[in-house]
Write a protein that binds this ligand. Structure first.
Ligand SMILES: Cc1cc2nc3c(=O)[nH]c(=O)nc-3n(C[C@H](O)[C@H](O)[C@H](O)COP(=O)(O)OP(=O)(O)OC[C@H]3O[C@@H](n4cnc5c(N)ncnc54)[C@H](O)[C@@H]3O)c2cc1C
Length: 379
């Protein structure tokens, strides 16, 4: 079937990414999960293959390819290893995208060129007291001369240990809620910024998740992304892109689980025949594949609209909501198809199931996605 969403060049690039994911990444995925670490050599390989530059405009050292391709890259990497996919996803949808959308020419030149060269970035919104209620953050940014001084605590920050810089939001005008928040780029090596702990998780275990502490961190005013007190819009629009990325991650996880289950049922014999002969099993894989295709339809459409600078608030949330629920149900069913063996760590079915769960939680839980969708419908 011809791929409507990609150009010929992008299709070739995607083949390249698929090959890396299948031949080089997938064989390491279980080890990455067990060791809670992605080998530096894998990240370096992704740099060498130019993955970080695909979506960055040519002006800033990238290849200027589409958001649709980026989304497909995230899907293919997630099929093999959802943790490794987050390295690229975080750097591009969460760090580069807000700079592309709202950053000054200075920020674009300074940071996008580095992402294109393979630097990793992250996004720090969540705090111990402010998760779903993102406007309830407490991290303070006080203006002093031509700088801002940041103090506060950010939790659950993806790519924490490997990021060279973060997009960070902080309160510049207390008492004004979402209208008193400003977004900054903060270099990870700025004095006063530290990692207080690594957070250990049940899934995407290879992905570094940390708690960040800001203690009198000085940030120059030219590092404001967009305008002072208008930073809430920056992070919310970033999540509109990010949620499409998470939907792609969910689709990849689900497809990876289904592919392995199909392999298994074609060779596992019970009652004298391969279990793939039983209609009860065939109906399961038919439903799983159908759900994945439906998730793809919403997600690819959302990605194409994002590329065209259309408003995707509703569709981004729908893609993330639907694809993550599909990932959860498909991975549970995939494990079921392995019977007792699925319940062991000898097969990847259990890893896919653990990895799927996070897609229902981060970048806004699925309850929050439903609130966003309903709000858009009731406007
Ligand atoms: C592995 C991992 C990686 C992450 N990466 C990042 C990152 O890179 N950057 C970042 O900033 N954050 C990150 N997060 C944070 C993530 O986005 C938040 O955990 C998530 O938004 C939920 O916030 P919370 O954990 O505080 O839950 P809470 O907001 O406390 O929610 C608890 C429960 O209440 C529900 N709930 C809350 N409010 C409502 C409501 N109004 N209506 C109905 N239900 C509601 C929620 O859906 C949830 O089920 C990450 C989290 C994890 C676990």
């Amino acid at each position: 079937m011809k791929d409507r969403y990609l150009t010929d060049i992008e299709r070739d690039v995607l083949e390249y990414i698929k090959k890396f994911a299948t031949d080089e990444l997938k064989p390491l995925a279980r080890e990455i999960d067990m060791n809670e670490k992605i080998p530096e050599s894998i990240i370096q390989r992704m740099r060498d293959l130019g993955f970080f530059s695909i979506y960055i405009p040519e002006k800033y050292g990238g290849n200027g390819l589409s958001f649709s391709l980026l989304v497909r890259a995230i899907e293919e990497l997630s099929k093999a290893c959802a943790s490794t996919a987050l390295v690229l996803d975080g750097a591009l949808t969460l760090f580069a995208e807000p700079i592309l959308m709202f950053g000054s020419e200075y920020l674009k030149q300074k940071y996008l060129t580095r992402i294109a060269g393979g630097a990793v970035g992250g996004l720090a919104i969540t705090e111990p007291g402010a998760g779903s209620d993102a406007a309830g953050i407490q991290t303070r940014a006080e203006k002093r001369g031509d700088r801002f001084i940041l103090n506060g605590d950010k939790i659950f920050i993806t790519n924490g240990r490997i990021s060279e810089f973060f997009i960070v939001d902080a309160v510049t005008e207390p008492g004004k809620g979402s209208k008193g928040i400003t977004t900054f780029v903060v270099d990870a090596n700025t004095p006063g910024l530290s990692i207080s702990r690594d957070i250990h998780k049940i899934g995407i275990r290879g992905s570094s998740t940390v708690e960040l502490v800001f203690s009198d961190v000085e940030v120059p005013e030219e590092n404001v992304v967009g305008e002072v007190n208008k930073g809430f819009k920056v992070v919310m629009e970033t999540l509109d892109a990010g949620r499409i990325g998470i939907a792609a991650q969910a689709i990849g996880i689900a497809q990876g689980a289904l592919d392995e289950a199909i392999e298994y049922i074609k060779q596992r014999k019970q009652f004298g025949r391969e279990i793939s002969n039983f209609q009860g099993i065939q109906f399961m894989i038919a439903d799983m594949a159908t759900k994945i295709e439906a998730a793809r339809a919403i997600t690819y459409e959302a990605a194409a609209l994002w590329q065209e600078h259309e408003n995707t608030i509703k569709l981004s949330s729908m893609a993330k909501l639907f694809a993550s629920d599909v990932a959860m149900s498909v991975t549970v069913d995939a494990l079921q198809l392995f019977g007792g063996y699925g319940y062991t760590v000898d097969f990847d079915a259990e890893r896919h199931m653990r990895d799927a769960k996070i897609t229902q939680i981060y970048e806004g839980t699925n309850q929050i996605q439903r609130l966003v969708i309903a709000r858009e419908l009731l406007k």
